[in-house]
Design a protein around this ligand. Structure first.
Ligand code: PMP
Length: 456
């Protein structure tokens, strides 16, 4: 076992980890965990720890770990046909079946699904198709994309630009000039503390209108948004937000991309966030819950309205010049089919709604009265606890105090994984949709214990 004993040092010497402090990790000063197994809501590591994963990996392992139905589907697919491409009309039983299953679940006005690998590349596909669409319609100037501050849409060139978190732009020459950002629908952090929720929604609308006015509607192609802000803080929209935003976009003939990478396939207790909030998108981005991360696969679902123009474009200009080698990879597709069947047979959409509510109620009972807890929020199987230095004065902690990181570390010591969201002291929860009541109780009690340990 000599080789295995070297794993931690090989890791520091060879492995470029995403979203990691590279220098500290190489020095051995940053957290390191070698994960060895997973079953249900729990993972295991090489030290022999068993941890309840209250973030489902990166909010993606929706059906939980170790589901043999999916493992067997992947194995069967690899034995029968490990790969074939999807170019020039090629398909596999798995990819064609999955496309049908996705469209059966999507809103009625959606028409076709393109399969990629992850959320970032799906959003790159979306922007390219929007540019193509407007070129076919003869609107060469209508190309800019509006996103929201605190949105998360990936970390590629366009997708990283769409992301509205400073860390993902810093020293990367992002955002690209075609991307504009508008106000985050984050009522708890509104600038004007006296605003009612309705007044704040109007503020979001006014800010969007002003941006469109300044740039010119004939230069703006689309707006992208997550139904619930995810990585930017797990923030459900204020009441009426989506209807009001959609009305502005419709008025100016601006397309809407609903980034459903986190919210798709049940996380909100509805099949999609678009169903949940009455959004009518032109494109939906899907990934994570499509395969529960058993294999990499994402998708871009296009509306009838867009699809007709894309078809027209290929009649005029030839085959679409877009595709990845691994688009619609059969192993990902086989995982997707088995995963969506499991979501149905285990009743996970409903469970996400019920257990998510139970989780937020538990967190509210345990921590609602804590002197440093400013907000407890969420929707479906998403929850967040926002911590503050002084709730009455609405004063946040200094980022250097790393309060949430300390709490997350204390929780991990005690066997529960939560996430310190990257901007602010926000403790995030996005457990598997298969979570049980006992597991909710474990999350709540260990969260309360760690908050008290760190903050008193
Ligand atoms: N969109 C959203 C809403 C996401 O949360 C994420 C990932 N957290 C992405 C896009 C990017 O997906 P990926 O990391 O698979 O590229």
């Amino acid at each position: 076992m000599l080789q295995n004993d070297m794993l931690e040092s090989w890791d520091r010497e060879n492995f470029f980890h995403p979203s990691t402090h590279l220098a500290a990790f190489a020095r051995g000063d940053a957290p390191q965990r070698v994960v060895t197994g997973g079953s249900g809501s729990y993972i295991e590591d090489r030290e022999g720890n068993r941890l309840l994963d209250a973030f489902a990996g990166l909010y993606c392992v929706n059906v939980g770990y170790g589901r043999t139905e999916i493992a067997e589907a992947i194995s069967a697919q690899a034995h029968e046909l490990s790969y074939y491409h999807a170019y020039m009309g090629h398909g596999t039983e798995a990819s064609i079946t999955l496309a049908k299953m996705v469209l059966d679940r999507a809103p009625d006005h959606m028409s076709k699904v393109y399969f990629g690998l992850g959320g970032s590349d799906a959003n790159e596909t979306n922007v390219k198709m929007i540019w193509y669409y407007n070129n076919i319609l003869g609107r060469a100037e209508k190309k800019k994309i509006i996103s929201r501050w605190r949105g998360y849409h990936g970390s590629g060139l366009v997708s990283g630009s769409l992301t509205g978190l400073e860390l993902f732009h810093r020293k990367f020459d992002l955002p690209l000039t075609q991307v504009l950002h508008t106000t985050a629908p984050y009522y708890f952090r509104r600038e004007d503390r006296n605003q009612s929720e309705a007044q704040f929604v109007q503020q979001c609308v006014d800010d969007l209108e002003a941006l469109i006015e300044r740039e010119g509607a004939d230069t703006i192609a689309a707006m992208i948004g997550e139904p619930v802000l995810g990585t930017g803080g797990i923030v459900p929209p204020p009441a009426g937000y989506w209807a009001a935003i959609q009305a502005v976009l419709d008025k100016h003939d601006i397309l809407l991309i609903a980034d459903e990478v986190v919210t798709g396939f049940g996380r909100l207790g509805s099949m999609f966030g678009s169903d949940h909030y009455g959004i009518k998108p032109d494109i939906m981005t899907i990934a994570k819950g499509l395969t529960s991360a058993y294999a990499p696969l994402s998708g871009s679902i296009f509306s009838d309205k867009m699809w007709k123009v894309l078809e027209q474009g290929t009649d005029e200009f030839g085959p679409i010049g877009h595709g990845w080698t691994y688009s619609a990879h059969p192993i990902g597709a086989a995982a997707g089919v088995a995963n969506l069947n499991l979501v149905d047979s285990m009743g996970l959409v409903e469970n996400a709604g019920n257990m998510g509510q139970y989780l937020r109620d538990g967190l509210t009972d345990a921590l609602g009265g804590h002197i440093n807890v400013g907000d407890i929020r969420g929707d479906g199987m998403l929850a967040a606890v926002e911590l503050m230095a002084d709730v009455d004065a609405h004063r946040f902690f200094d980022a250097d105090d790393k309060i949430t990181y300390q709490i997350v570390a204390a929780m991990a010591e005690d066997g529960v994984i939560a996430r310190a969201m990257p901007q602010g002291d926000i403790l995030g929860f996005a457990p598997p949709l298969s979570l049980s009541r006992e597991e909710v109780d474990e999350i709540v009690s260990k969260t309360a214990k760690a908050v008290t340990e760190v903050l008193g």
